[in-house]
Every structure is written in C-alpha cells, then in structure tokens.
Design a protein around this ligand. Structure first.
Ligand code: MG
Ligand code: ZN
Length: 177
C-alpha cells in the first residue's frame, strides 16, 4: 500500500529564517516557527509521512560541516520527539549551485528519493515550503504544493498559499483550530 506524505521544507517553515538569509550553522541559532510542531503532529495523526527536504548550501560553501548539520537535525528530532512528533526522514542537499547535483531544489532529487524509499503516493502528497523552488521541486516530481507566505508578504497569484505551516496543516487535515 502506498503512503501519503508531506514533504517539508525546513528553513522558514519548521524553523525561523535568520536575518539576511544567514545559514543556521548551530543548534543555538535554531528556533521553531510558532505552531510548527503542532502542525506536524496534526499531519502525522492524519496518516501523513513527514519527510523533510532541505537545501543546505552552507555545507558546500564551507560555512558548516556535515557533522554540524547532523547535530542540528539530531537535536531537532529529539525536541520534536518530546513534543510528540516523529520525523520519518530528514533529507538534505549539501551542494552549492556549481556542483550541478540532482538534489538541490528546485530539482526533485530529494522528493524522488523520499517517494521511492517510502513508496509514496504522489497524488495524495504535498510539499509545504516558503520558496518557489519548493513548489517547483514538487511540480517536477508530480506533487502539489502549498507556499507559506508570512503575513505582510505578498502572495503570488495562482498558487495555493498559507500564512504558516500550522495554517497549511489545518487546511490539509480539515481540522478547525
Ligand atoms: Mg525555506
Ligand atoms: Zn544536491
């Protein structure tokens, strides 16, 4: 049986974006977005796999190491575990633009990996991200998307949007806050 999944962008969706587009390079810089863990709990309870797909070009640029990122993700999973959320996978692209990899969003490599590893049903799955490249990666993999557009920022036309991950999760699961 194929499973439905939510592919989750990380920065700006699960954790707060740092000013000036700076990279989160250590746990001390990681802060959960308001309602993010509640959102993931709702989605998980509704039967979705939770698959994080995150571009982490800071590694390719030498601003952090694979170990630094692994430490952040270990602590993120631990904290989510305390809040009742189990992530099924955290996939990352460590490459800079010039590496010409297949995984950096808007290319669909990470989504494709999740789809094949977990036998994901594309039609009932979505990606939730705060960049157009997230939505484009979903489209390239044949899955729909919800663009997170924080209040005060302008939403592009013709795309499904939500002001936060929690709002997106409420819309997906049909639960009322
Ligand atoms: Mg993002
Ligand atoms: Zn890559």
């Amino acid at each position: 049986m194929k499973r439905k999944a939510i592919f989750l962008d990380r920065d700006g969706v699960i954790n707060v974006r740092l000013p000036g587009g700076a990279y989160v390079t250590r746990w001390e810089e990681f802060a959960f977005c308001e309602g993010a863990s509640e959102a993931m709990k709702l989605l998980q309870r509704s039967g979705y796999l939770l698959l994080v797909v995150t571009n982490q070009r800071g590694i390719g640029r030498g601003l952090m190491t694979e170990d630094d990122l692994a430490d952040i993700h270990r602590r993120m999973k631990e904290e989510l575990g305390r809040r009742g959320v189990t992530l099924d996978a955290v996939l990352h692209c460590p490459h800079d633009h010039d590496a010409k990899c297949r995984c950096r969003k808007p290319l669909p490599g990470m989504i494709e990996e999740g789809v094949s590893r977990f036998a994901v049903d594309r039609d009932s799955s979505l990606i939730i991200g705060d960049s157009l490249s997230d939505i484009e990666a979903g489209r390239a993999a044949g899955i729909g998307g919800i663009l997170v557009v924080p209040p005060g920022e302008r939403a592009p036309e013709g795309l499904r949007t939500a002001p936060s991950l929690l709002d997106a999760a409420l819309a997906v699961t049909g639960e009322v806050r």
